[in-house]
Write a protein that binds this ligand. Structure first.
Ligand code: ATP
Length: 316
């Protein structure tokens, strides 16, 4: 019997712009996604029965067919029935460290790890692109999570174009445990409020995506200019989430008032808010200040940093 242990890192959005609607009902996006070293651990074991079993240590995460890791394993079983028959089923344990429903792609990165792990477990020899294509069937953020790093993502987030990796930018991440923002609600509300400004024709959509490719934040990333990156952070979804969630707004303002914070933004559809700092020491200091200002145990605070990779295999 084989087993694999994998590390599944979270992501933050350095940039998220909604540029239009898509015929499939999703939004046309331009995002810059960044892997961070806050990660879940995924353990995969082959089992003789042709079944999928999921265990997880987090009370908010289901272990039934609705868990994205179950869906990832089910997809592999459907695509590769002969491998399932030959190698048997899979027992999956998810050890959560990434806050759940936080805009940090927790479920997506877990699913990416299962695709990578089953490819190894069943000796399939899939390429990165093939794994990413399978990932796109599970969710828009899954393809990015496979190789991670620093990437421009367009389309609904699944079309990836790598940027030079940013490492050792220190991050303070804040999330209220009990606060969840529905991604579907955030996008629906954005459409209601700003849909009139959407770009509707294909040429102009492509031109807008190209403008971000050659825009200020990408230039700052190419130059590895951390201060300029921090000044150009952007997330359109803040326009609907911050007014509706005063706790998220308060965190965002508190981070912005800290002298050691060089930039702050909500990640994805929230409610996580992150702050960029130039050293680990400064990040620890900011975490301390925020903790003193909001001594609420419901508020989780992490010091983390940017990393250059997605899914990693740690032991087999
Ligand atoms: P994204 O940034 O991709 O929108 P997220 O960080 O906002 O994702 P997740 O942590 O993936 O959100 O969780 C969203 C919902 O999915 C949760 O309510 C949770 O119950 C469910 N879920 C299913 N599978 C998982 C998983 N493996 N890990 C975390 N949540 C999962």
């Amino acid at each position: 019997m084989h087993s694999y242990n994998l590390i599944a890192p979270a992501k933050i959005n350095l940039y998220l712009e909604i540029i239009g609607d898509r015929p499939d009902g999703y939004h046309e996006l331009v995002m810059i996604l960044q892997s961070i070293d806050l990660a879940d651990e995924i353990e995969l074991h082959s089992i003789s029965d042709e079944i999928i079993r999921v265990h997880c240590n987090h009370p908010q995460v289901p272990t039934d067919k609705t868990n994205l890791v179950y869906r990832a394993a089910e997809l592999m079983a459907k695509k590769f029935p002969e491998a399932l028959a030959k190698h048997g089923g899979v027992d999956i344990t998810v050890k959560k460290h990434i806050p759940v429903a936080a805009g940090l792609a927790g479920g997506s990165t877990n699913a990416a790890a299962v695709l990578v792990g089953i490819d190894l477990l069943w000796n399939l020899g899939l390429t990165q692109i093939e794994i990413e294509e399978l990932g796109a069937m599970l969710g828009s953020d899954v393809p990015f999570c496979v190789a991670g790093g620093t990437v421009i993502a367009t389309g609904r987030g699944e079309q990836l174009s790598p940027l030079p990796s940013l490492d050792h930018i220190y991050i303070v991440l804040a999330k209220y445990r009990s606060l969840e923002v529905s991604t579907a609600w955030a996008y629906k509300t954005y459409r209601q409020e700003f849909g009139n400004f959407y770009i509707r024709d294909t040429d102009n959509l492509a031109a807008r995506a190209a403008a971000v490719h050659s825009g200020a934040i990408v230039k700052a990333i190419l130059a590895k200019d951390t201060i300029a990156i921090a000044q150009k952070l952007h997330n359109d979804l803040e326009k609907v989430v911050l007014p509706a969630y005063p706790q998220v707004l308060q965190l965002r303002e508190l981070f912005a008032s800290q002298p050691d914070v060089i930039g702050t933004m909500m990640s994805g559809s929230g409610p996580s808010v992150f702050a960029l700092c130039q050293s680990q020491q400064q990040a620890e200091q900011v975490k301390l200040q925020v903790r003193q200002a909001i001594p609420d145990e419901d508020l989780e605070l992490f010091v983390t940093q940017t990393i250059t990779h997605g899914i990693q295999i740690i032991r087999n």
